[in-house]
Ligand binder design. Structure first.
Ligand SMILES: C[S@@+](CC[C@H](N)C(=O)[O-])C[C@H]1O[C@@H](n2cnc3c(N)ncnc32)[C@H](O)[C@@H]1O
Length: 259
C-alpha cells in the first residue's frame, strides 16, 4: 500500500470508527493513557496531543495547557462530544504551532501510522522548545506469553489476517533508535504488557474494528465478530504489549566561539 492509499484508508477508517482506540483501551486492566501521561504531569507550558483522536489523554492531563490536533473530523467530533478541547484539525506533518513554542508533545498510538514520518518528526522537533519532551505510546511486538501468542492467533485467524500493514513499522519497538537518529535524547524506553478483558460479545466485537486491516470486508468483519463472541468468556484475557518512549529535545550547547 503506498502512502496515498494509506492516507485514504486511514481517513475512511477513522471516519467509520471514531474513538475506537479509546474504546478498546477501556478493556485494559489499567489505563495505558495514564501510563503515557505520567512523565508529563506538572509540566509547565503548552502540551500538544499529536493525532489525539477522541482525546483520551485530556482527562489524564487535566491541569495542563493542552491542545489536541488530528486530521480526522470524525475523531475530533467524538472528542468534542466528550467535552474535550481545545481541538484543531491539522496534519501531524504541518503542525499549527510556532517554532519552539510547545513544552511537550504527547503521542498516543499514532507514530506507527502518521505519514510521512520523517516530516512528522521534523515538525515535532520544530514546535518543541529546547529541553521539551516527547512522550509516545506505541504497540510492541514483544512481550507476549505463550498464552498471549495463542490469544492473538485466535483473533487473527478469525479475521483471516496475518498482520497489520503499519506504514512506519520501525516506530514500534525501534522507536527509541528512530528518535535518537532524529536528534532526540531518549530518557526512557519501557515495555508494559496490559491485558484486555474479552468477557462478552461486545468486548470481542471491538477487536475487528480496532485493528488496521485494509483488506477486511464488512462481511468478514461480521463473521470474525461472531467467531470471537463464541471465544469470549468470563476471565478471558488478551495480552496487549505497549511501549512508552520518553525523549527530550536537547538544549543547544553554546558553540566554542561564544565561550
Ligand atoms: C490509533 S488512533 C490514536 C488516537 C488517539 N491518540 C488514541 O490513542 O486514542 C490514530 C489517530 O491518528 C490520526 N491520524 C492519522 N494520520 C494522521 C496525520 N497525518 N495527521 C494527524 N492525525 C493523523 C487518526 O485520525 C487517528 O485519530
Amino acid at each position: 500500500m503506498d502512502e496515498q492509499d494509506w492516507r485514504l484508508f486511514i481517513a475512511a477508517y477513522h471516519h467509520a470508527h471514531p474513538g475506537i482506540t479509546e474504546q478498546l483501551f477501556t478493556l485494559a486492566d489499567t489505563s495505558p493513557y495514564a501510563w503515557l501521561a505520567e512523565p508529563l504531569y506538572g509540566i509547565e507550558g503548552p502540551v500538544l496531543d499529536l493525532a489525539c483522536g477522541s482525546a483520551p489523554t485530556r482527562a489524564e492531563l487535566s491541569d495542563a495547557d493542552w491542545v489536541g490536533i488530528d486530521l480526522s473530523a470524525a475523531e475530533l467530533a467524538e472528542a468534542a462530544r466528550r467535552g474535550r478541547g481545545p481541538l484543531v484539525r491539522a496534519g501531524a506533518d504541518a503542525l499549527p504551532a510556532a517554532s519552539a513554542s510547545v513544552a511537550a508533545v504527547c503521542a498516543a498510538m499514532c507514530l506507527p501510522v502518521v505519514t510521512p514520518l520523517p516530516q512528522v518528526l521534523e515538525e515535532i522537533r520544530r514546535v518543541l522548545r529546547p529541553g521539551g519532551t516527547l512522550a509516545a505510546l506505541v504497540p510492541s511486538r514483544t512481550g507476549l506469553s505463550p498464552s498471549g501468542i495463542r490469544g492473538w492467533l485466535r483473533v487473527m485467524t478469525a479475521l483471516r489476517a496475518v498482520r497489520q500493514p503499519w506504514p512506519n513499522p520501525r516506530a514500534r519497538d525501534g522507536l527509541a533508535a528512530l528518535l535518537r537518529d532524529a536528534g532526540f535524547r531518549v530518557r526512557s524506553d519501557e515495555r508494559r504488557v496490559f491485558t484486555l478483558a474479552i468477557d462478552s460479545a461486545e468486548s470481542a466485537a471491538l477487536l475487528p474494528d480496532a485493528l488496521y486491516l485494509p483488506g477486511l470486508t464488512p462481511r468478514r468483519a461480521e463473521a470474525a465478530k461472531r467467531s470471537l463472541a463464541r471465544w469470549a468468556a468470563s476471565g478471558r484475557r488478551l495480552e496487549l504489549p505497549l511501549r512508552r518512549v520518553v525523549a527530550d529535545l536537547p538544549i543547544e550547547q553554546p558553540s566554542q566561539e561564544l565561550i
